[in-house]
Design a protein around this ligand. Structure first.
Ligand code: URA
Length: 222
């Protein structure tokens, strides 16, 4: 009988470590999520930077944990790092990021001052393709821990992907924006992703409405 190559390599301890991690059984995934849920900022950042929890670590330049004020009222959640973010290790620093800065400035906010910016995925999907469910499952514990540590007063979810992951829904962004949702007791406002606004500038008025809604919710302490 010929044993499969993978089995032989595993027996010999030669099977690549990332392969073993990708094949973690669900109970091990759960254990990892519980470990992440207890991390402080230093351990969390280290874990993200060293993460090999999904295939994306093979193609990233570096992981992008998030950036900003860790005691912020505002948490902005995007989708995943793009090429510039992957190169620089900071979220939203490309063209979409410059638009996000302008959007924040319009409501008297500045990156790093009372705002924390994070993504659902901490590593860039090659060619900016859509994240896979496995990648989201592997990465989500990091965002959940960031939310727990920051305890923001408002979450601004940018784009279909961020809001769908937070709310566990597949509803389109057009139906989810314009109202206040709840994520574990924290109000969440969804709006269009800045990259979409660059392609569809006609939607900027709606994005402005969403920003004003978020600001109102925060002011009312809802
Ligand atoms: N798009 C995102 O969703 N996040 C980034 O950090 C950059 C672009």
């Amino acid at each position: 009988m010929t044993l499969p190559r993978a089995m032989i390599l595993k027996e010999l301890g030669l099977w690549p470590r990332w392969r073993l991690r990708e094949e973690r059984p669900p109970e091990q995934e759960e254990g990892r999520a519980q470990t992440v849920a207890r991390m402080d900022w230093d351990r969390l950042t280290h874990a993200i930077l060293q993460c090999t929890g999904c295939v994306l670590h093979q193609t990233r330049t570096q992981a992008v944990p998030g950036a900003g004020d860790r005691g912020a009222d505002w948490l902005v959640v995007g989708e995943a790092p793009g090429a510039e973010e992957d190169a620089r290790g900071e979220p939203f620093v490309g063209q979409a990021g410059r638009l996000l800065d302008a959007m924040l400035a319009a409501i008297d906010l500045a990156r790093g001052e009372n705002v924390y910016i994070a993504n659902v995925l901490k590593c860039r999907p090659p060619g900016n393709r859509n994240p896979s469910p496995e990648e989201v499952a592997a990465c989500l514990p990091y965002l959940l821990r960031q939310i727990e540590l920051i305890r923001p007063k408002i979450i601004l979810a940018l784009g279909r992907f961020a809001i769908q992951v937070l709310l566990g829904t597949e509803d389109p962004i057009g139906r989810l924006r314009g109202r206040v949702h709840d994520f574990r007791g924290i109000p969440v406002v969804a709006s269009y992703h800045p990259a979409y606004l660059l392609r569809s500038p006609g939607e900027k008025a709606k994005s402005w409405e969403d920003l004003c809604l978020a600001r109102r919710v925060l002011a009312q302490g809802r």
